[in-house]
Design a protein around this ligand. Structure first.
Ligand code: FAD
Length: 390
């Protein structure tokens, strides 16, 4: 096997590259691959037809593969159609005030009280706007090459990086802004990895396969992009393990007891896996953030920037890219909510409450990152050796 290129700790995280690859390949990847195929995690509620709030839509999409196939009414699970029966958001406000900047690393043990429709301060979509939402079967709409490129795609990435998380001029940027940049860059790497993993190699014969030069040119050539992918993976993994009590108690009901038992069992296997817990007990240490005296203001500022990124997803000019862009940003917003769920305005620590769709986005995002980490690990050093030899 080729020499390992990335060694030591993943920057700003608490696990090393070797451990991440081992737990990903032995534990997380196999569980997540099964989990996302089950009905609970397969259907994502999304508003796909939405006006871009920033500029007129000039989306150019070359392939038919850009369009998303939506689910007919009778396909998605019955319980997803019913209104929520959880408590109203008001009755769940925690009355006990805590300084906003302090990050509590534990979560209440009796945590799941039914799915709710509470707004996430980190994201822009209004989940209660059910009329415009459709369910999409993610298994039928894989994230892969779509032909979406050129000025339209470039403008989205530029807007995200320039307006919301400019690349940090080394020491100048605080940890928190650097973390936001790295999360976005890691997600961008993951999107590029998926394009390279499932690429249209020959349009005339409709043959699909791996495009390794593209993987190298867009991701592997830039060590920072690989590092940021691992960072984002560990960040999201930390959110999932931090919310373990909540996620363990959550209802994964789709009306099919056999599938639902399997979902519950796989979720538990993932959350309480002994290998994961001993090898990488704290994938990311969120308590290190927001410690400065301007922590609360900084959090509001970054929350606003992330909400903007979430709104920019409405401007992605290719439907399938928009679906996966929205899902993954939603998943990141959910991770941010779990890790920093103190409400920006109320100066209160709120008990964690998640929407069903947030949990669906979170696990699907983790699965996508896990696939990217695996592919990068498998192909990383060997491609580089081939390219260096040429
Ligand atoms: P881009 O990927 O567009 O990158 C633009 C610039 O950003 C680069 O020149 C570089 O300076 C910088 N950059 C690139 N990667 C990183 C990184 N990891 N970290 C920091 N900076 C970076 N296309 C598909 O085929 N399928 C999809 O599913 C898909 N989903 C998309 C989802 C979203 C939200 C967006 C905005 C675009 C999506 N695209 C998708 C388009 C795709 O991401 C590229 O924009 C397109 O393939 C053109 O690539 P490019 O080589 O011009 O570089």
């Amino acid at each position: 096997p080729a020499a390992r290129k990335y060694t030591g700790m993943v920057e700003d995280c608490c696990c090393d590259y070797e451990t991440v690859d081992a737990i990903n390949e032995e534990v997380l990847h196999p569980i997540l691959q099964e989990l996302v195929k089950l009905p609970f995690f397969r259907y994502f509620k999304v508003k796909l037809w939405c006006d871009c709030p920033f500029w007129p839509d000039d989306g150019m999409c070359k392939l038919r593969d850009c369009s998303v196939c939506e689910c007919p009414e009778n396909e998605f699970p019955e319980p997803f159609r019913k209104p929520y029966n959880g408590l109203s958001p008001d009755s769940m406000m925690c009355q006990e005030g805590k300084p906003q900047a302090a990050v509590d690393k534990t979560l209440d043990s009796k945590v799941f009280k039914g799915w709710v429709e509470t707004d996430n301060p980190w994201t822009s979509d209004d989940e209660t706007d059910n009329n415009e939402m459709t369910y999409v079967n993610l298994q039928l709409n894989p994230e892969r090459y779509t032909g979406y490129t050129g000025d339209s795609a470039r403008r989205i990435w530029d807007a995200i990086y320039k307006e919301n998380c400019p690349k940090y001029p080394s020491e100048e940027l605080c940890h928190e802004k650097k973390a936001l940049y790295k999360l976005i860059s890691g997600l961008h790497s993951s999107i590029s990895v998926h394009i390279a993993y499932d690429y249209l190699l020959d349009e005339s014969t409709n043959s699909w396969g791996q495009n390794l030069p593209l993987l190298y040119d867009r991701v592997l050539k830039y060590p920072e992009r690989v590092q940021n992918l691992y960072f984002t993976y560990l960040f999201v993994l930390r959110a999932v393990t931090k919310a373990a009590n909540y996620l363990e108690q959550a209802e994964y009901n789709t009306g099919n007891p056999e599938d639902d038992l399997k979902t519950e069992s796989l979720v538990k296997q993932l959350l309480y896996n002994s290998k994961l817990r001993s090898a990488c007990p704290l994938p990311f240490d969120e308590a290190k953030l927001w410690q400065g005296e301007n922590g609360p203001e900084l959090k509001q500022e970054i929350q606003k920037q992330f909400r903007n990124i979430s709104a920019i997803m409405d401007c992605v000019g290719c439907e399938k890219c928009r679906l996966w862009g929205k899902l993954q940003v939603h998943g990141l917003g959910t991770a941010l909510k779990i890790l920093f769920s103190v409400d920006g305005d109320s100066h209160m620590n709120q008990p964690l409450q998640l929407q069903r769709n947030e949990v669906i986005a979170l696990f699907n995002l983790l699965n996508r990152l896990s696939e990217s980490v695996k592919f990068v690990h498998e192909k990383g050093s060997s491609i580089e050796e081939v390219i260096e030899e040429q």
